[in-house]
Design a protein. Structure first.
Length: 194
């Protein structure tokens, strides 16, 4: 707990764990620098720790029936065609049956726009969000920026997130997250939760 000072202890009643896109169609892709297994295990431990302390846990997923409600802007980067195989938007088994969690379905990168996430957090008096999931530079980063603009304190769990490349993950963790919150390990977060 070397990085977390006494005044930085995480109060369960004022905090929420927000887990981004740990679902079959995303977790089963190639990621770096942390493996999918590492991220899922670390996030699963955090889900258990937060629920044991009575903290609010939000499982976020991206989903669509036919893709017509997902943004499709013109971009330089060539995107693959959207495939929606059976179960692609189901949470991974390690967190799917977690009790006392709240599910949020989004249609874009961030978990705030077009969802009731902010409403649910504010109704519970939550001022701190602990973020993890896949992908560091897309879903986690966009949600983090949206949370920052709404005035939430944030803790980013570096070893419970990963990206499509090590460079993308490292860039966000080095240059973006320190400006809008604190970066910690899953062990540090679990030990500081009160």
């Amino acid at each position: 707990m070397e990085n977390l000072k006494r005044e930085e202890l995480i109060k369960a009643e004022k905090s929420a764990l927000v887990v981004i896109d740990l679902q079959n169609g995303i977790v089963n892709r190639k990621h770096s620098p942390h493996t999918n297994t590492e991220v899922v295990q670390n996030a699963g431990r955090l889900v258990n720790a937060f629920t044991e302390k009575g903290a609010f846990v939000v499982l976020v997923r991206v989903s669509s029936v036919d893709g017509k409600d997902i943004f499709k802007p013109r971009v330089d980067s060539k995107a693959g065609s959207m495939q929606f195989p059976e179960g692609w938007d189901s949470y991974v088994p390690e967190i799917a049956n977690s009790k006392n969690t709240y599910a949020v379905t989004k249609r874009q990168w961030g978990a705030f726009y077009g969802t009731d996430l902010d409403l649910q957090l504010r109704r519970r008096g939550i001022d701190t969000i602990v973020l993890c999931g896949i992908s560091t530079g897309i879903g986690v980063d966009t949600t983090a920026r949206e949370a920052y603009q709404r005035g939430y304190n944030q803790i980013f769990v570096e070893d419970a997130m990963t990206a499509s490349s090590k460079e993308e993950h490292n860039y966000v963790c080095k240059y973006i997250f320190p400006r809008i919150g604190k970066i910690r390990t899953s062990q540090e977060v679990a030990l500081s939760l009160r």
